[in-house]
Design a protein around this ligand. Structure first.
Ligand code: ATR
Length: 270
């Protein structure tokens, strides 16, 4: 039986074991998948070595270790190089192969929900690892333009500086103008704190604006603001399931059906 795990801090509420067991069921694969808490970077690294020694096939990595996961790996995909972030590790003897599936999870989920994001003008909120990690996948869809905005706006200018080497149609939107935007994606951590307000005000948007929050399992102030304005909105549960589907495909070389898994988790969460 192949062995897998997800490592992070916190880890208690991770849905990854459930998702991977649903996918395994689809292909009658027998696997184990556990949750592992690592206190800090040092504990994370020794846990990885320990799992390799125990014959694990791979792990998912979640916050706050995605950057460290990319650094300690022997090989990295081009997306891991570009983003400096890895959420899927495959072990091959002592070698660690790093992948990142967060961006493809976002893009596949958005594409399933709204058709396509090609030719869209997108506003990405936030300047942390969550925002940075999805940028190459968003550009792989031939979008029309990517605008960046962050509460500390200097960080958005820094991000544009670093990404402009790879992509030309990226710029900072320091004064929000939602008339220029088709899709707004919230990659800030504002939704995690119940008392925070929406990072940007959606009250002046046009009615066709699509709002997406990477957070799942709760109605964030951003999504509440979208709902109050009768906008189309989605939480990040589909992204979570689809990044797991991409990890599953890397490890098992098998495609999975993810919609039913998302529906099942959504009903269990509400
Ligand atoms: P992650 O790796 O999940 O992206 P992070 O690196 O801590 O987490 O980044 C958190 C992001 O959420 C930042 O862009 C942060 O904005 P600042 O750079 O201005 O701190 C953003 N953020 C957190 N709380 C916020 C709030 N209440 N309103 C708007 N943005 C917020």
């Amino acid at each position: 039986m192949k062995k897998f795990a997800v490592i992070g801090n916190p880890i208690k509420h991770s849905l990854s074991p459930q998702i991977h067991s649903e996918f395994a069921h689809q292909h009658s694969i027998d696997l184990s998948y556990e949750k592992i808490l690592a206190e800090d970077d040092k504990a994370f690294e020794s846990e990885i070595l320990h799992l390799i020694n125990k014959g694990f096939t791979g792990v998912n990595v979640t916050l706050p270790f995605k950057g460290r996961a990319a650094e300690i790996s022997s090989t990295r995909t081009s997306q891991v190089h570009l983003t400096g972030s890895a959420n899927t590790l495959s072990f091959d003897n002592d070698a660690i192969e790093a992948h990142t599936t967060d961006g493809i999870g976002l893009v596949n989920d958005l594409s399933e929900k709204i058709g396509t994001i090609s030719n869209s003008s997108i506003l990405l909120l936030g300047a942390g690892g969550a925002a940075n990690g999805v940028i190459p996948s968003v550009f792989s869809e031939k979008i029309s333009h990517l605008f960046l905005w962050n509460r500390t706006i200097e960080k958005s200018f820094d991000m544009v500086d670093s990404w402009q080497k790879s992509y030309k149609n990226i710029s900072v939107m320091d004064v929000i103008d939602l008339n220029k935007i088709d899709i707004v994606i919230n990659a800030t951590s504002a939704g995690i704190d119940d008392h925070a307000s929406s990072p940007i005000n959606l009250n002046d948007s046009h009615g066709d604006l699509i709002c997406y929050d990477m957070v799942y399992g709760k109605q964030t102030p951003f999504l509440k603001n979208a709902r109050d304005n009768n906008l189309t909105f989605f939480d990040g549960l589909g992204m979570l399931v689809k990044q797991a589907a991409a990890s599953f495909e890397i490890w098992h070389e098998k495609k999975v059906e993810s919609k039913s898994v998302e529906d099942y988790l959504r009903s269990a969460l509400t």
